[in-house]
Design a protein around this ligand. Sequence first.
Ligand code: FE
Length: 184
Amino acid sequence: MTKTEIERAAPRVPDRLKIAYQLPQAYGVKVEILIKDALDPDCDERLWVPQGEGVAFRPLVMSASHGYFVNILRVRKAGVLSRHRHAGPVVATTLRGKWRYLEHDWIAEEGDLAFEPPGEVHTLVVPDDVAEMMTLFHVTGGYIYVDPFGEALAYEDVFTKIAAMRRHFDAVGLGAAYADRFIV
Ligand code: FE
């Protein structure tokens, strides 16, 4: 429908606020995605990509074009998880359990939101009394894993995440291409 046709049809539409956008999306606009039950802690176990003993992530949005990723980190062990430097900003919303950084005096608990500035280095710890922690992380850029004096040891970014989820989905029978639905 052209704009003129819509103008003509307007009198038959009692409330124009209630009609959908009538024009095609702009050229180059990507296809949207919807992930059902994204925060469901009891989702299909195959959706959890293992990343070490007692640690897994559930991919939600993997932005290869903008270099960020949204995922839920699930940790089922206590202690120091990693020390890392952020190349970009991170927003972390705790869904279950609690965690903290050795460098700060706060504890992130269920319902809390933390902003982690680019350039910050911190050491993630899950307290001993936590059986399971789940946190929704929106990570821009990547992690550089470092020793206590800032020496780089390893890195992780949206591309290492995509590779890990493709390997995992293939291994559990969903097929590597299952990962495509999370990549934007
Ligand atoms: Fe961090």
